[in-house]
Design a protein around this ligand. Sequence first.
Ligand code: SF4
Ligand code: SF4
Length: 284
Amino acid sequence: MRIAVLSGKGGTGKTFLAVNLALVAEEAVYADCDVEEPNGWVFLQPEITAKEQVTVKIPAVDHAKCSGCRKCVEFCRFNALAYAGKVLVFPGICHSCGGCVLLCPQQALAELDRPVGIIQHGRAGHVQVRTGYLNLGEESGVPIIAQLLAGLPAAATVIIDCPPGSSCTVLESIKDCDYCLLVAEPTRYGLDNLQMVRELVTVLKKPFGVVLNKAVPGEKLVEDYCRREQLPLLAVIPYTTELAHSIAGGEPAVKISKEYYDLFAGLLQQMGVKAREAACHPQR
Ligand code: SF4
Ligand code: SF4
């Protein structure tokens, strides 16, 4: 089962939820797809076992073969090619579609590998940890996320720690998941962000549930919204000094008390049931 943990903004508690869910699963993979700022390792402290480079294809010009016809420049919808006495390539905005290479009548374009980041593999007890890192200055983490989520063990519970927001990197992170867990804060801003990610998972027809994190007495915006919209509110995690200290110290909540262990184990179980129901009744 693949569970994606997402929220409309950073700092809501996605990583907190994802790490603790991975720790209560029997055999788990924790996939940190927040490639611009991965920080699940802070809690899991994995032993690093391997690193792999992630590359994308970009065109390289053989100027001796190029006739200057500019067909490649006209073709590129991303303006990653220009002609100024010779063909110029702007690697940072190339989307690696390969079209220009295919259409060049002189076969003057070839594809080169360009590194955009790395994936680190590790283990923390029974949890396999995969962490994606986007190189500084790179535009898109999509190729890293695609490679990070490829070839995962089918038997394991995969917990995907998504990037914040609802952009294409989030789409890449959740597209093959069985269930989405939307993490929200009990504020007006938190509610707006919840509505945004709800829209995304609804468009993608993904089964989902909501967790209200950092709940404080009297702030019922998210709970009222879930009730009104009949959304499954799977758990409410109160804001406590004990939790704040454990997070600041990099200690997973499930290791500080049985109460939290049971909360996360129950949450994981609920999502398993709901994902199976959704698989049996995809129209619901
Ligand atoms: S399509 Fe090929 S030959 Fe024409 S400008 Fe581009 S690289 Fe040169
Ligand atoms: S590979 Fe695609 S995106 Fe990149 S330069 Fe060629 S046409 Fe443009």
